[in-house]
Design a protein around this ligand. Structure first.
Ligand SMILES: [Zn+2]
Ligand SMILES: [Zn+2]
Length: 170
């Protein structure tokens, strides 16, 4: 990041001390998140000092996805510098990542997760809870949030649908 001219005007030294955490491994669309400290409003975000943690998807840390992991960290670091949304200034910085192919790995990683995380979605009908699984729940399990019986929904998003679906980086 420090090799890229556009970042010269930022103090990057505090980025390395940001705590790193992990997203739920059954997350499919979310691959990384920059979490600000509680009580820091959007317009108050100054930089790494206001960041609580950056979470990465645990599966992105494997050798196979290391290029994508590097890009994700770069992307979240820009959020950590105080750019909380994906507005024009954010996009201008994000576009400086030297290998634009790495950004496209998001779609492939998403498809990999769908495949890896299973064919079934255990879904709660009452709240927004869901979990991707390799086996059916057959009505045997309750939602951990609201205690309703979970139902099985087939997870058959094809690659075409997944592409249309897009992948959100947050
Ligand atoms: Zn529920
Ligand atoms: Zn983002």
């Amino acid at each position: 990041m420090s090799d890229i001219e556009e970042f010269n005007k930022f103090d990057l030294s505090d980025l390395a001390s940001i705590n790193m955490g992990s997203l739920r491994s059954d997350s499919t669309r979310k691959h990384a998140v920059c979490r600000y400290k509680k009580g820091v409003r959007k317009e108050q975000r100054r930089g790494p000092i206001d960041v609580n943690r950056i979470d990465l998807h645990p599966f992105v840390l494997s050798k196979r996805w290391e290029n994508y992991a590097r890009y994700l960290l770069f992307h979240e670091y820009i959020h950590a510098l105080g750019f909380s949304n994906h507005g024009p200034s954010f996009r201008a910085l994000d576009s400086k990542w030297p290998n634009s192919d790495d950004r496209d790995l998001g779609k492939r990683f998403y498809l990999y997760l769908l495949k890896r995380n299973g064919k079934w979605i255990w879904r709660c009908r009452k709240c927004d809870f869901y979990s991707l699984r390799t086996v059916r729940c057959n009505g045997r399990y309750l939602c951990g949030k609201c205690m309703s019986v979970l139902i099985d929904v087939p997870n058959h998003l094809g690659s075409k649908e997944a592409q249309d679906f897009g992948v959100s980086l947050t």
